[in-house]
Design a protein around this ligand. Structure first.
Ligand SMILES: [Zn+2]
Length: 47
């Protein structure tokens, strides 16, 4: 199973995200500090 984690480059908060949350974060920024997010801030891992 693949999970995607977002790590904010600004506040360093790491959260697990689904596809919808990924789109929202790319659109609206970090949910914690609202810093702009890029695709490089998301890491997919297979578990
Ligand atoms: Zn942040």
């Amino acid at each position: 199973m693949t999970t995607v984690h977002f790590t904010c480059s600004d506040c360093a908060q790491t959260i697990e995200v689904n596809d919808a949350m990924r789109e929202t974060i790319l659109d609206a920024g970090c949910p914690v500090c609202t810093a702009a997010a890029t695709k490089e801030d998301f890491v997919a891992t297979c578990e």
